[in-house]
Design a protein around this ligand. Sequence first.
Ligand SMILES: C[S@@+](CC[C@H](N)C(=O)[O-])C[C@H]1O[C@@H](n2cnc3c(N)ncnc32)[C@H](O)[C@@H]1O
Length: 277
Amino acid sequence: MDTEPLSSVAFHAYLCDLTVINICTLAYRPTLQWLRRTLIAGQPQQPVSVIDIGSGGGDMLRRIWKWAGKRKINTDLVGVDLNPWSKQSAEKMTSGMPIRFETSDIFDFHPDRRADFIISSLFAHHLTDDEVIRFIRWMDAHAVHGWFINDLHRHPLPYAFIKCFTRLFGFNRLVQHDAPLSVARAFVMADWRRLLMAAGIPMERIRITWFFPFRYGIACQCTDTGSGPRVGVPATFTDGQRSWLLPSGALGVALFQKPSARRLRISGESMTATAST
Ligand SMILES: C[S@@+](CC[C@H](N)C(=O)[O-])C[C@H]1O[C@@H](n2cnc3c(N)ncnc32)[C@H](O)[C@@H]1O
């Protein structure tokens, strides 16, 4: 999808299938869990603003809106996506919910005020290493309280699984092609350490968590020194849990760590998915 120009119908079909995959792979859980932990119980006085980068069909924001609604938390939700069909598609699927969608390349997106939280899901693996570093810095400059990256763990198991799953259940051609490629372009723990370090983010502010099945959540607590003007701050926020970086041996992920180049080789099939510089 990064290379092929798509019609609005094809892109909408792709986003619909992606929503089904997101549901089946428990994709919303890491982000919602982080939001829950970051927002303490109690009523924020002002709407909590969240920007979702690479928002696609907008399903993560719809989940957040429903989740916050149940807790009587007011929200100000914005999705940003490069592809103009994304806004069209997301608006179609989001009728009745006060969520805004914008069309922009993230690196050209300059909101007039910072958001409380910036999130992304299945977005970072679309970027080169240099762009990931830039993206991390961008989020750090534009978030008041924190940011969260939700992305895949590069590993042969999810690669093989998603390849079979999308074929077996007849997902559209683009999803069959993109889903395994996304795993191949994704990250291991060592990538995140290297990229965060290169972006100049102190590890004390970072927490990296592995989630079943094969996802990483990269949570960052902001220090409120960003450059943009402040947005209204909800009355009650925790200062986050103590941030920590999981030791690489934790959860057994160390077994699968391969530092440096983001590339996955599957039984002689060399993926041309290298996203490192
Ligand atoms: C795999 S989709 C993920 C969609 C959604 N976040 C989800 O989890 O289902 C990645 C999205 O990122 C968008 N995207 C890619 N590069 C971008 C950029 N530089 N700026 C903004 N959006 C971008 C694509 O258009 C696409 O909709």
